[in-house]
Design a protein around this ligand. Structure first.
Ligand SMILES: Nc1ncnc2c1ncn2[C@@H]1O[C@H](COP(=O)(O)OP(=O)(O)O)[C@@H](O)[C@H]1O
Ligand SMILES: [Mg+2]
Length: 250
């Protein structure tokens, strides 16, 4: 069981000579599970991605490489193809042409059953609207992807609680989505995206529906998750402050 208590692991972060700094948090977060070498640090490698809707050629040969612990902001005007790119990188939609590798796996070649299993294990999603299930509590919503991935309640529940706690929702486990504020709902969605320890989390305008304070809190949390656990994020955003902190998509 990994710990998401940042204060417990942060002091050790600087005692791993020879290991690139951005990998250290993840090694500590998942001891014994992940062995990094500089050659394996690429999470997503996409080359020559094309996508058209009828005559509308939306993606015209996108190349992008995303490494572990990077936060990549995809920016562009409305209709530019940001969501299309995010959905294709996230394996929710298929490119017409081009190759995508996630954790080294050529995802286009997987059968739909294997792709669903791969997505459950390797990829997390956060959308503009939280898409939490209204009948279930915050804790249950976070546990669902873990159950789908075959985890028992004894394993999933403590991890979901740790995550909710980390995200400032330690006293909201049994609240249903309708009993939470917009910012809280979105943080439950972040916990749900993280519960299976994905290599990468895709977020499509995750703060688009939030007020400016909640929006800023959410962005700070994403940066904390990167710093404390080496979490990789690919985010479509209109938020220029968030985007200007990071390199733009190719
Ligand atoms: N399923 C679809 N069928 C036809 N056109 C689509 C479809 N999805 C998106 N588009 C079009 O592709 C373009 C890019 O869409 P999108 O990726 O959603 O843009 P963004 O997220 O940058 O606002 C838009 O012009 C949109 O109307
Ligand atoms: Mg969009």
């Amino acid at each position: 069981m990994i710990s998401y208590k940042s204060e417990a692991i942060m002091p050790s972060l600087f005692f791993f000579p020879g290991i690139p700094r951005e990998f250290r948090a993840q090694i500590l977060a998942a001891p014994g599970r992940v062995v990094f070498s500089p050659k394996t640090h690429t999470v997503i490698q996409a080359n020559g991605i094309h996508k058209s809707y009828g005559k509308l050629h939306v993606l015209k040969g996108v190349d992008i490489e995303i490494g572990r612990a990077e936060i990549v902001a995809i920016v562009g005007k409305s209709g530019a193809g940001k969501s299309t790119l995010l959905h294709i990188l996230g394996t929710l939609d298929q490119a017409d042409k081009g190759e995508i590798r996630i954790d080294g796996e050529a995802v286009a070649q997987l059968s739909s059953t294997r792709l669903a299993a791969f997505r459950n294990k390797h990829i997390g999603f956060i959308f503009q609207f939280h898409h939490l299930l209204p009948e279930f509590t915050a804790l249950e919503n976070v546990c669902i992807p873990a159950f789908i991935g075959g985890q028992t309640e004894a394993v999933a529940e403590p991890r979901a609680k740790e995550l909710l706690d980390y995200l400032g929702l330690g006293d909201r486990f049994s609240h249903k989505p309708g009993q939470l504020s917009g910012g809280e709902q979105q943080r439950v969605a972040v916990a749900r995206a993280l519960v299976n320890q994905p290599s990468v989390v895709f977020a499509d305008e995750p703060s688009g529906n939030l007020d400016s304070v909640s929006s800023q809190e959410l962005h700070q949390l994403l940066f904390s998750l990167r710093k404390d656990f080496g979490q990789t994020f690919v985010i479509v955003t209109h938020n220029t402050e968030l985007a200007s902190n990071e390199r733009p998509a190719a």
